[in-house]
Design a protein. Structure first.
Length: 79
């Protein structure tokens, strides 16, 4: 399980680097600030939700995170 978690984290990091890396050279300071604030807020909310759920409540944790994905998709479609 630990190896799977490490490989999953490495995959996410690689995906982020491949997606955002080329754009960082041309991004404005304001855009980078917005991205940092959004990542920080999302990470904080995720950490709070994860800390409140016991391991036996894993289905509820997954549902909570999926609701955040739906919220993000809704906000993105409005923007």
């Amino acid at each position: 399980a630990r190896t799977g978690n490490a490989l999953g984290g490495a995959g996410v990091l690689l995906g982020l680097a491949a997606t955002a890396g080329p754009r960082l050279a041309t991004a404005s300071g304001g855009l980078l600030t917005q991205a940092a604030v959004a990542l920080g807020a999302g990470g904080s909310i995720g950490l709070i939700i994860a800390a409140r759920c016991a391991i036996t409540d894993l289905p509820q944790l997954v549902a909570a995170f999926h609701s955040l994905v739906g919220l993000a998709a809704t906000i993105t479609s409005i923007a």
